[in-house]
Design a protein around this ligand. Structure first.
Ligand code: ZN
Length: 124
């Protein structure tokens, strides 16, 4: 059984990068990459989200939800959203919180998606 392994070429990472770069420069079609994107959503607990909007970056998704719910940009809820990608809107923000009000949704969330087609999340 001589010959096993002959088909495997060992190449260095450097060679791989060069190969990809060469391909890229020859190829006029954009290389299809599953670019991750971020889906901002909100809704009520236990239900499918009422609204879904996709953004190319996490910070845009955060900003969108801040705008939609008119959160104070440096408030607790905005902070939580930024840090956790999830915030419970109907939760008491603390005894002196100015953020207790009816948001029309109970939670806001940001999820990362790699489906390769950001457009499908935004309806038409
Ligand atoms: Zn997606």
């Amino acid at each position: 059984m001589a010959g096993i392994g002959n088909g495997i070429k060992m190449i260095t990472d450097e060679a791989k990068l060069k190969y990809l770069k060469d391909q890229e420069s020859k190829n006029t079609m954009p290389i299809k990459k599953n670019k991750p994107h971020y889906i901002a959503m909100n809704g009520n607990h236990g239900y499918l989200p009422d609204h879904i909007t996709a953004f190319p970056t996490y910070s845009e998704a955060v900003q969108h939800l801040i705008d939609v719910f008119d959160l104070s940009p440096y408030g607790k809820k905005a902070k939580k959203l930024r840090e956790c990608g999830y915030v419970t809107l109907d939760e008491d923000g603390g005894p002196n919180s100015s953020e207790i009000r009816d948001f029309g949704a109970e939670y806001a969330e940001i999820v990362k998606c790699k489906c390769g087609n950001i457009g499908i999340h935004n309806g038409d």
